[in-house]
Design a protein around this ligand. Structure first.
Ligand code: ARG
Length: 562
């Protein structure tokens, strides 16, 4: 059966329509106290004014029209006119015993995420995109979407003219890794700024690159390959779902760019401005009221970030046949995406049947509350942060006396899980402070807390040494609360797929783990007997499954012991 909450909501809506001819969201909420049943709605109170009737009378009429006897005990009216609903325990037990499953929806979603830049280290912003993007891919696949991942790597543009020229000036045969590439990048920048002769050569080199000159391409390819190797290493460490096959960098759209310009010209959307080709869209103006252009082709004939993104939209709709396109990118690029989506729609590349969404996120801050940088002002290396997190996790496990043989792999799961969970658990549009102490803590809304809840359940179930059992007894209110929350897993995941807000899943899992603690306190499991014991074990097994699946959707490993 499906989650009960949406079913009950629908029944209430129907009753309201039948009784009063109104279509309303009953805003069904969990009851605040066990004596109020499981859910309550204030629908009657909200209707008092429009209907000009007393809430208790409205509630009574509502209940008369409400058909829920297959799910609930008879509804009651309480206080000033709340309608209370209490599920039958057999219904609740059945909901836990046969959890909701999603069928394929026959819709395709493209998720553009991670997107590091060639010849530069990945920074914490790329961590955010990678972690959030990955969680969203998992969630979307879980609820039945076909997911196509696209790693829109920054591998194109004017900086590669400088890089190639600098490499030729120095020693084209020098060995390169990401670290030395970054150095090369910095030297090329300085060279570019100090020598107009070098600047001219760099510009000519970009033209050679973009027009396919073989020697230039080979040098560029080497830089791309060197960078991707290191990105892959980091992806493996993070345990992301991205593969080399998902890399479709900016360069992949190079051949389509002239055609993009032709299409836009034919549609009358381009204006020449200072030698550049620009699109001026209604509604896009700067603070001073001046129009904000999308620069499609620069005055030197080169294409930039916007042109590539336009080609990408076109490709994702035409070739990948996406119904939904999601861009997991820093919130500071919000305007860019609004412009791209508006222009793509105007050009007819983004039909109304495809939704493009910018999933923005805030900035990672250092302990000083400023954007996270090293003392010398460089970007903080992701690999270093992960090392530190694993170190903390190791210390934590040493303290706890975790099993020595698997301690190293558990520390990986806990350290990296802690960093990921901290990123996912706050509303993504907010900034957050990168504080390892808080992330790797065993208490509070943290990854380790949830991993521990899962590991403890694993141990308990192993100790019980019983085969699979079913939930049959739900007498204690806390057992009922646990069952209700377990039943809400599917609808929570569905909500995350809709709102693209992973922190809702984190909040749900944290609440579940908190209820589990209350359940342990009030309902002995291993020392209880007979059907009660079997039923409680089944509740524990279901909770373990939901915690494991939920963490899995967030991209976090749930070790069996901690
Ligand atoms: N590489 C860019 C950056 O590091 C992000 C790319 C975002 N994706 C896109 N389709 N524009 O800022």
């Amino acid at each position: 059966m499906s989650s009960v909450l949406p079913v009950l909501s629908a029944r209430l809506s129907t009753a309201a329509t039948e009784a009063f001819g109104l279509t309303l969201d009953p805003e069904l909420r969990p009851a605040t106290k066990p004596e109020f049943g499981h859910f309550q709605t204030n629908l009657a109170l909200r209707l008092a004014k429009p209907l000009g009737l007393a809430p208790p009378a409205i509630a009574a009429t509502l209940v008369e029209h409400l058909v829920v006897d297959d799910l609930c005990v008879p509804p009651t009216i309480a206080g000033p006119g709340f309608v209370n609903l209490e599920l039958r325990t057999d219904v609740l037990a059945a909901a836990v015993n046969s959890p909701a499953a999603f069928a394929p929806r026959g819709e395709r979603v493209v998720v553009d995420y991670s997107q590091p830049n060639v010849a530069k280290q990945m920074h914490v912003g790329h961590l955010r995109s990678t972690v959030i993007g990955d969680a969203l891919c998992n969630v979307l696949a879980y609820v039945g979407y076909e997911v196509i991942r696209q790693n829109h790597v920054g591998d194109w543009g004017t900086q590669f003219g400088m890089l190639v020229e600098q490499l030729l000036d120095e020693d084209p045969a020098q060995s390169l890794d990401l670290e030395s590439l970054q150095g090369l990048y910095q030297r090329s920048r300085a060279h570019f700024d100090s020598s107009s002769e070098f600047a001219d050569r760099s510009r000519a080199r970009v033209v050679a690159l973009q027009s396919g000159d073989a020697g230039t391409r080979a040098l560029w390819q080497r830089m791309v390959d060197v960078s991707l190797v290191e990105f892959e290493r980091l992806y493996a460490r993070l345990g992301t779902g991205l593969t080399p096959a998902d890399v479709v960098g900016e360069s992949a759209y190079n051949d389509e760019l002239p055609d993009v310009v032709d299409d836009l010209t034919a549609a009358g959307l381009l204006t020449e401005s200072g030698g550049a080709l620009c699109a001026f869209l209604p509604g896009f103006t700067g603070r001073d009221g001046s129009p904000l252009p999308v620069i499609v082709r620069k005055s030197d004939g080169g294409f930039g970030y916007s042109a590539t993104d336009l080609a990408a939209v076109r490709h994702r709709v035409r070739e990948l046949e996406a119904q939904r396109i999601i861009y997991v990118v820093d919130q500071r690029q919000a305007l860019h995406f609004r412009q791209i989506f508006a222009l793509a729609a105007a050009a007819g590349w983004l039909p109304s049947t495809t939704i493009a969404e910018h999933v923005g996120f805030g900035t990672v801050l250092g302990p000083d509350g400023k954007p996270f940088k090293t003392r010398s002002g460089d970007t903080v290396r992701l690999a270093t942060l992960l090392d530190q997190a694993v170190e903390r996790a190791t210390a934590l496990l040493d303290e706890r006396g975790a099993p020595i043989d698997s301690r190293a792999s558990i520390a990986q799961a806990v350290g990296i899980g802690a960093v990921k969970y901290a990123d996912l658990s706050s509303d993504r549009v907010n900034d957050y402070v990168f504080a390892l102490d808080r992330m790797v803590a065993m208490t509070g809304n943290t990854g380790p807390y949830l991993q521990y809840a899962h590991a403890r359940l694993t141990r308990l179930l192993a100790k019980a040494d019983a085969g699979p059992t079913l939930v049959t007894v739900l007498e204690n209110p806390v057992e009922q609360r646990l069952a209700l929350q377990l039943d809400a897993f599917a609808s929570t995941v569905e909500q995350v797929a809709e709102t693209l807000q992973p922190h809702r899943l984190c909040g749900y899992l944290f609440e579940l783990a908190t209820t589990l603690s209350a359940f342990y306190e009030l309902c002995p499991v291993l020392t209880s007997e007979g059907e009660t014991r079997a039923s409680r074990l089944a509740l524990c097994a279901a909770t373990r499954r939901v915690l494991g699946d939920g963490l899995g959707l967030l991209g976090i490993t749930a070790p069996d012991s901690m």
